[in-house]
Design a protein around this ligand. Structure first.
Ligand code: ARG
Length: 500
């Protein structure tokens, strides 16, 4: 009976916790838009005022899209370049503010805009009726056609969209290309991925037989990779799309300023100049792969270690608190700890990262992506650490506590001097394993644009037009990190054993 009541209580509390997350999560992905845009009425343009008063324009984009936006080494330094960047720079200059770039996955951009993480999106994005429900678009700065890239050997195999019946086709997730393939290559078997370079690997390795890409991007890949070609005969009915800048609704002044810049650019030779510059940067190739891209992996390794270290450290602190709560004699503390631990362990880290990332904005906490990533990892790790500690203490023979108590120690003393020193031997090795796990898990944080190893892998893929090699390299780096760490832990564990 009592047990039953406990369960009911936990369930209600769990639902309450879940409920408190719902509005935030729903708002982050809301499609209704009008209520999520913070900019208020037409007269006071909050975005414009924020940009001018802060002196910086925060632009969100997904830099996997050469020649629109991609990474290149400029003066020995990793830089995001491309004609979209030149346009954004022009807009920032004409507003008299600094340009700040926030790199995110393409599918995270609209959410970041409507939650005011960024001021505008420039990412080769096409206005669509669904997107226009959420955000406003500037005047278009380009009109492009969609192309189908296939392996060179298959060039003559495909002459129309009907030829893709039963054929595996790759598209970028949540893009107009995805929609186009769904509506016009109806018989095809779609694979939707987050990053364009991954689509290309799928194509070159035969996982898909075609990829639908924006014209300029398709051309760039075909020029870089002789094993690929464009199936010229395949055309789409709705394949002509425009490209524009997205801003939050109710930002008339901001939008007008952007449109002024765009008309200056499209009304002159500037756009052609920007495209020319982007092309040059795309084909600069003077150094070897390793020379050029090692710095990305090195800095990524630094961030990965930082994330894992901070995650485990704060996870351990918080985890100890939860473990003590779970062992406490107060039901309410126990219940809270159980709810937290079960909730965190029962939901994917990816979801937790997004909840922290968007949730911090909802709570008006202005934290950087790196901090959001650290918070998410720490909160996640805390749940696992709590269980490690609880199990470690639980594994100490009950008789130890009883003996200590019968010697006249109180509960706290017995715990501190007798039980805990024995428990620590069980806990430390498991904590080490948790460190190894967090090193690997931290790769998920790349979705919110933290420049750790996995993120840098994407950068290198986009910049080098090589998709497979960076994965091999990054897997080796992860392996070296985790293997070295577990060897180290093994040594420490053996030392502790002999000190019995
Ligand atoms: N034009 C397409 C769209 O609006 C794809 C854009 C993808 N951009 C990117 N930077 N990956 O959906």
């Amino acid at each position: 009976m009592k047990k039953w009541k406990n369960w009911l209580f936990s369930l209600i509390a769990l639902l309450a916790v879940a409920g408190s997350f719902l509005p935030a999560a729903a708002q982050a992905t809301s499609t209704s838009g009008s209520d999520t845009a913070v900019a208020t009425t037409a007269e006071t343009d909050a975005t414009y005022e924020k940009v001018i008063s802060s002196g910086k324009l925060i632009v969100g984009l997904s830099a996997d899209y050469a020649p629109y936006e991609f990474h290149a080494t400029v003066d020995g330094k990793d830089t995001i370049v491309g004609f979209d960047i030149s346009i954004a720079q022009h807009i920032a200059d004409s507003l008299g503010v600094e340009l700040e770039i926030q790199e995110l996955g393409f599918d995270a951009l609209l959410g970041a805009l409507t939650t005011n993480k960024i001021d505008m999106i420039i990412s080769g994005m096409s206005p669509t009726p669904e997107r226009e429900e959420q955000v406003d678009f500037s005047d278009p700065y380009m009109t492009v056609t969609q192309k189908v890239v296939v392996r060179a050997a298959d060039k003559d195999k495909y002459t129309s969209t009907a030829d893709f019946n039963g054929v595996p086709v790759g598209v970028q997730k949540q893009t107009t290309q995805e929609e186009l393939a769904q509506t016009e290559m109806t018989g095809s078997v779609l694979t939707s991925l987050q990053k364009v370079p991954d689509l290309i690997t799928n194509l070159t390795t035969g996982k898909v037989d075609a990829v639908v890409l924006e014209g300029p991007v398709a051309d760039a890949y075909v020029q870089q990779n002789t094993t690929l070609t464009i199936a010229d005969d395949v055309t789409f009915v709705n394949g002509t799309k425009q490209t524009a800048v997205a801003v939050n609704k109710n930002s008339p002044q901001f939008l007008a300023a952007i449109n002024d810049s765009i008309s200056e650019i499209t009304g002159s030779d500037l756009l052609a100049e920007y495209q020319e510059e982007a092309n040059e940067l795309m084909f600069q190739d003077d150094t070897s792969f390793f020379e050029k891209y090692m710095p990305y992996f090195i800095s990524g390794t630094g961030y990965t270690l930082l994330l894992a270290f901070v995650g485990v450290l704060f996870g351990a602190v918080l985890g100890s608190v939860f473990a003590l709560m779970k062992l406490s004699k107060y039901k309410i503390l126990r219940a809270l700890a159980i709810i937290y631990i079960e909730y965190v362990r029962g939901t994917p880290l990816l979801v937790q990262i997004f909840i922290v990332y968007f949730g911090t904005t909802m709570l008006n906490l202005n934290v950087s992506n790196l901090v959001a990533g650290c918070i998410a990892l720490s909160l996640n790790s805390a749940a696992y650490v709590a269980e490690i500690i609880r199990a470690g203490i639980g594994a100490v023979n009950k008789g130890q506590m009883e003996a200590a108590r019968s010697l006249g120690m109180n509960q706290t003393q017995a715990m501190r001097y007798i039980v805990f020193p024995q428990a620590i031997k069980n806990i430390l090795p498991a904590l080490g394993n948790e460190f190894v796990t967090v090193i690997k898990e931290s790769s998920v944080v790349s979705v919110i644009g933290v420049a750790e190893l996995m993120f840098q892998t994407g950068v290198v893929q986009g910049a080098s037009f090589r998709a497979f090699m960076p994965y091999v390299i990054v897997s080796l780096i992860y392996f070296v990190l985790t293997f070295a760490l577990s060897r180290l832990l093994g040594v420490a564990e053996r030392r502790m054993k002999t000190s019995d």
